[in-house]
Design a protein around this ligand. Structure first.
Ligand code: APR
Ligand code: ZN
Length: 375
């Protein structure tokens, strides 16, 4: 048995910003009190990984093991851990749920604050790392570090899921799909019969489309500058498409005209401050709600005329789709098992760990929805 001992395995290490990941042999220390060591089998690759790798994250520490969309099996648990046991199938959660802090006690938010500082610093809650490579400390990322065959996470940052669920699919419920789907259902609370518009038809935007459809939206307008995205968006429930490049006038003018005054709900799934403004201004006077999901580059600021808000539009934002993570992700897995939500359809590419850098290339070129890496 491996419990209580360090484990040597492969991981994709980011030694420094803007350099490809390198596959290394790393040592993963046993879980301490309140921690869980997981044998990861699969991981998605998300923009936030690339964002940190490109050096945009001011908190980002190197060397680091990135990745936060993973799935695996519990190998061992530290002292006092009862929520999961060895052999359980689990998904690591970059927003934990401690159920004790003021955020967790509030029904209004999912932003657990319990380990926020140490997680941001790339270490476990006790302030140390479990990863070493070539004698050097390697930092954790988003409390998950899924680009490794083994990882250690806080027990509040993991949930047990149905073991019949394929981990190479449901790993994606650890970030992008849940984020978009929850933005529509939890944050915006889209209503039946409404008119919606979604900027950016990547994995996040497609999941928003899926959420709008589940809520019974009547019109779901997909907005993207890449027309290749329209066919796939249709399969997720989009009813019409707008390519901003096809118009000379501002896209908000086009949408307001097409929708008799604007949309009931709009979503920004790109991370661009200009499309954030366009999405808000495409909302209907009096009640339109615009939700920001995309993460803008550090230091950027949004703007609009205050009149837009005075006349009844609402600007919102969401992280991880508003889901209380430990409670919700196992339920989303069940919904997938009952075929109530799509997950397989988000996987456009699969590759081995050795080719993980190709997943970043595919993401940057806009050719993938999601790549899933076999660890
Ligand atoms: N107008 C319309 N569509 C755009 C624009 C634009 N100005 N710029 C980019 N797009 C489209 C791209 O063509 C692409 O289809 O937005 C889509 C973004 O999709 P992905 O790159 O696959 O991103 P995704 O994984 O869905 O994440 C979306 O959410 O995770 C956050 O901030 C992160 O940027 C990321 C966003
Ligand atoms: Zn909490």
């Amino acid at each position: 048995a491996t419990a209580g001992k360090p484990i040597t395995c492969l991981a994709a290490v980011a030694w420094e910003p803007k350099k490809p990941l390198s596959i290394e042999t790393v040592e993963v220390a046993p879980p301490r009190a309140g921690e869980v060591r997981i044998k990861l089998t699969d991981t998605g690759v998300c923009h936030t990984d690339a964002y940190t790798l490109d050096g945009h994250d001011s908190e980002g520490k190197f060397p680091v093991i990135l990745g936060h969309e993973g799935g695996g099996v519990v190998e061992s648990v530290g002292e006092g851990v009862t929520c999961v046991a060895p052999g359980d199938h689990v998904i690591p959660l970059y927003i934990p749920q401690c159920k004790e802090c003021k955020f967790c006690k509030s029904p209004k938010t999912n932003l657990c604050g319990k380990i926020r500082t140490t997680q941001g610093n790339g270490v476990m809650p006790d302030g140390t790392s479990r990863f070493t490579c070539k004698g050097q400390t390697v930092y954790h990322f988003m409390g998950c570090s899924t680009f490794s065959q083994y990882t250690v996470v806080a027990a509040i940052s993991v949930c047990k899921v149905n073991e019949a669920a394929p981990l190479d699919k449901v790993c994606l419920l650890g970030c992008g799909i849940s984020t978009g789907y929850g933005a529509a259902l939890n944050t915006a609370q889209v209503e039946a019969g409404s008119t919606c518009a979604v900027w950016g038809l990547g994995a996040v935007g497609l999941a928003v489309v899926m959420g709008c459809k589940a809520a019974g939206a009547n019109r779901i307008i997909g907005v993207d500058i890449n027309p290749d995205k329209f066919e796939v968006a249709k399969q997720f429930g989009a009813t019409e498409f707008i390519n901003p490049k096809d118009y000379d006038k501002p896209i908000q003018t086009v949408i307001v005209e097409k929708t008799d005054g604007g949309c009931d709900y709009t979503f920004e799934c790109i991370g661009n401050i200009h499309t954030m403004r366009a999405a808000l201004e495409s909302c209907h006077k009096g009640w339109g709600v615009s939700t920001i999901i995309g993460v803008a580059a550090a230091g950027q600021e949004i703007s609009t005329r205050p009149f837009q808000l005075v006349t009844g539009r609402t600007w919102k934002g969401t992280a991880f789709g508003g889901w209380k993570s430990v409670d919700s992700v196992p339920k989303l897995v069940e919904q997938y098992m009952k075929k109530e939500i799509k997950v397989d359809e988000f996987v456009s590419h699969n590759m081995e760990l050795a080719k993980i850098n190709e997943a970043f290339d595919l993401m940057h070129s806009g050719k993938s929805i999601r790549s899933v890496v076999k660890l």
